[in-house]
Design a protein around this ligand. Sequence first.
Ligand SMILES: NC(=O)c1ccc[n+]([C@@H]2O[C@H](COP(=O)([O-])OP(=O)(O)OC[C@H]3O[C@@H](n4cnc5c(N)ncnc54)[C@H](O)[C@@H]3O)[C@@H](O)[C@H]2O)c1
Length: 246
Amino acid sequence: MLKGKTAVITGSGRGIGKAIAMKLAGFGANIVINDIPSSDYADQTCEEIKALGVEAIVVKGDVRSSEDVANLVKTAVDKFGRIDIFVNNAGITRDGLMLRMSEEDWDLVLDINLKGAFNCIKAVSRIMMKQKGGSIINIASVVGEMGNPGQANYSASKAGLIGLTKTTAKEFAKKGIRCNAVAPGFIASDMTDKLSDEVKKQYYAGIPMGRFGDVGDVADVVAFLASDLSGYVTGQVINVDGGLLM
Ligand SMILES: NC(=O)c1ccc[n+]([C@@H]2O[C@H](COP(=O)([O-])OP(=O)(O)OC[C@H]3O[C@@H](n4cnc5c(N)ncnc54)[C@H](O)[C@@H]3O)[C@@H](O)[C@H]2O)c1
């Protein structure tokens, strides 16, 4: 389905990003893994992807830095000649109730989750315009649609990412570039592992399907949006949440 295509996934050394990279590789795409400079696990992920029979490289860098992002895009194009799929997955949380949230935690989350995606879209859209096509997929969150106590910074970043998705879709539709968002609910990963049992119980109670999501549940929908199966789909937000938000 994706044979000969090139996919770049930010923050893909582990977690949901890694699952996306493995899934797209399973469909035949060559993979560019990005993660922060200290992410030793990204090299291990790269080996696992190569074992699937595709080509893969690691380009470390911080999505907050437009220089790092320029290097990511240039290295991907130098190696594979093109970028067909770009997934903005890198993201963090710094939770705390609004009254206690520091300006620093607000800025950090907005910088990585939202400005990082802006940096990447700006850089990759130039390449995709020259190619006359591409698919950009942003990993948002259901809390960007419904809000969540303790996550003012995170929910604002993900709501912003949804706005950025729709604007990107409108600006580039005529150039053959599609842009969509996937909004996961509660997915078992390192990010959610650190939540208290109380918070986990509350989420669980609100999920009609009666289970937490798996990283593969998100990767499946990303693969659909990356492929021509979604050729007439742009500017959409697809929730992957077991029915948590409907
Ligand atoms: N786990 C969930 O329940 C859930 C729900 C909704 C949305 N999401 C979103 O899914 C994405 C992946 O989350 P995850 O659960 O796999 O988390 P994770 O913490 O396991 O993975 C995030 C990855 O992003 C990398 N990263 C962090 N800052 C970066 C930066 N500045 N530049 C490049 N890479 C950076 C990390 O090193 C890590 O490898 C995030 O955007 C997150 O907000 C997760």
